[in-house]
Design a protein. Structure first.
Length: 235
């Protein structure tokens, strides 16, 4: 006994070489479309010319055919076997199988396009990364060059400030020279800090743990602003 679910997905038919249905042997798939003593070509027109060409006692397989039954289209596979007098036609309903195969093929195509899009985006990201790296290199080179160019005249100012301080001058001028030297040194620290930006990006910045004289810092700031205010009043 064949289970009902299996009977619903196949039908086995016996025909003569001319395609006239002699018997319905088993199965119920599209059974309402096949009638005794009628041509199988009515339902399977693609078999015309095939039955006569079959070799005797040799199985022949047709895959991916389409038949219409009960106002629906079904994807079927057929196995044909020709004896000396009759042809056995076994028709399998593969609609669900082909549907899943089509879905898998669609998913594969979707994955292919997604992979291609990702590859294109990776190429674009790599191009942008190279541009960003180049910009960072140019920025670092610019900072190094500018800090070098600023340091040279700054060292000259600091040198002359020290020379002025060593001259025989009154106390006010000496104090001005000292403040000038102090401001120059502070500016030099700022220039060095600019270079530290490049060192941070390169991962080469070394932190130094040193003592800070808060009293000296406060005194220098007060003196600096005291003389700046005095200069503004003179203006």
């Amino acid at each position: 006994m064949i289970p009902a679910k299996i009977e619903d997905v196949f039908i086995q038919i016996t025909t003569n070489i001319s395609g006239v249905i002699l018997n319905i042997d088993a199965g119920k798939f599209a059974i309402s479309e096949f009638r005794l003593n009628q041509s199988i070509f009515d339902v399977c027109p693609f078999l015309e010319g095939t039955l006569e060409a079959l070799e005797e006692n040799t199985s022949f397989l047709l895959e991916g055919m389409v038949v219409n039954a009960d106002n629906q289209e079904f994807n079927v596979d057929l196995e044909l076997f020709n004896t000396s007098k009759v042809v056995t036609v076994l028709i399998h309903n593969r609609t669900n199988v082909y549907k899943y195969v089509d879905q898998l093929n669609q998913n594969r195509n979707d994955i292919f396009f997604v992979k291609r899009e990702l590859a294109e985006k990776n190429i674009e990201l790599d191009r942008l990364r190279k541009i960003a790296d180049k910009a960072n290199e140019e920025k670092s080179r610019f900072l190094a060059m500018m800090s070098h160019e600023i340091r040279n005249p700054l060292n000259v100012i600091l040198g002359y400030s020290e020379m002025i301080s060593n001259e025989s001058i009154n106390d006010n001028v000496k104090e001005y020279a000292n403040l000038l030297s102090l401001s120059g040194k502070n500016l030099k620290v700022i220039v060095n800090d600019i270079l530290d930006l490049s060192r941070i990006e390169a991962g080469k910045l070394d932190l130094v743990n040193s003592e800070l004289n808060v009293h000296e810092v406060a005194k220098n700031a007060i003196d600096n602003y005291r003389f700046r205010i005095k200069t503004i009043k003179l203006l």
